[in-house]
Write a protein that binds this ligand. Structure first.
Ligand code: CU
Length: 244
């Protein structure tokens, strides 16, 4: 009897837990995919663009003009050529010093690293998916009442993605992509009216102490109707237009 009572109680708690987040019950009209990249206390959002496919990115491609290390066929070819030139020049240095065992050891280690990079599977990826991708910092727009397929990555230490109103909490771990589905609710304007707070805004915070500027690590998310979101999306520069 006790067993039935405890099992039933646990089941009822389970049912209650399934419905605890009202945002998860809202009907999703459309799916939006966004990748959030955390690095040096800054959030960078990566949108897939018209093809709905996020271009591949690699940490060793990160640079001042490429904050998430997005790869395009041109960028990959340029890197591949650079690796080849470095390997050839090292080989020449080794050939000129036949008795230098230390130099030979260093060359072998570097050569192994070059081979690993060449065989990393990058060339098989469809880098052309990056052309229409959009990289946005500081502030993004999201449509209201929409299911968001979020991906989280980190370029340095462990960060914690946190949007309290959307019940979103996910870890950003270097080398791993964390996925999390959440639904946006009311628009920013609706929330301001409901709360009586004209300064209210949604923010993506970091809830994992990650460095001296941890408290400043936040990204403003303006939630608007789908029509307005599409207008904003159309106004964002695509990766190909800003990096070629
Ligand atoms: Cu952080």
């Amino acid at each position: 009897m006790k067993l039935i009572f405890y099992s039933l109680s646990a089941f009822l708690f389970f049912l209650y837990g399934c419905n605890w987040n009202p945002a998860s019950k809202r009907a999703a009209l459309e799916n939006i995919t966004v990748e959030f990249y955390a690095r040096r206390s800054v959030w960078t959002a990566h949108f897939p663009g018209k093809d709905h496919i996020l271009g591949p990115s690699k940490p060793w491609m990160v640079g001042p003009d490429n904050p998430i290390g997005l790869l395009t066929p041109e960028k990959f070819d340029a890197l591949f050529k650079k690796i080849q030139i470095e390997e050839d020049s090292l080989q020449k240095v080794v050939a000129q010093s036949p008795g230098d065992y230390t130099l030979l050891q260093v060359y072998r280690k570097l050569s192994k690293l070059f081979t690993l990079m060449k065989n990393a599977g990058v060339d098989t990826m469809d880098c052309s998916a990056s052309y229409d991708d959009m990289i946005v910092v500081k502030e993004i727009y999201l449509p209201a009442n929409t299911e968001i397929n979020a991906r989280f990555r980190s370029g340095d230490v462990i960060h914690g993605a946190y949007i309290p109103q959307f019940k979103l909490s996910a870890k950003c771990v270097p080398g791993i992509t964390t996925t999390f589905k959440f639904a946006t609710g009311k628009t920013t304007a609706e929330m301001r009216k409901e709360l009586g707070l004209p300064i209210f805004d949604y923010y993506l915070f970091c809830n994992n102490i990650c460095g001296p500027a941890h408290s400043q690590m936040k990204m403003k998310i303006t939630v608007v109707e789908m029509e307005e979101y599409r207008k904003w999306e159309m106004g964002q520069p695509v990766f190909a237009s800003t990096h070629f």
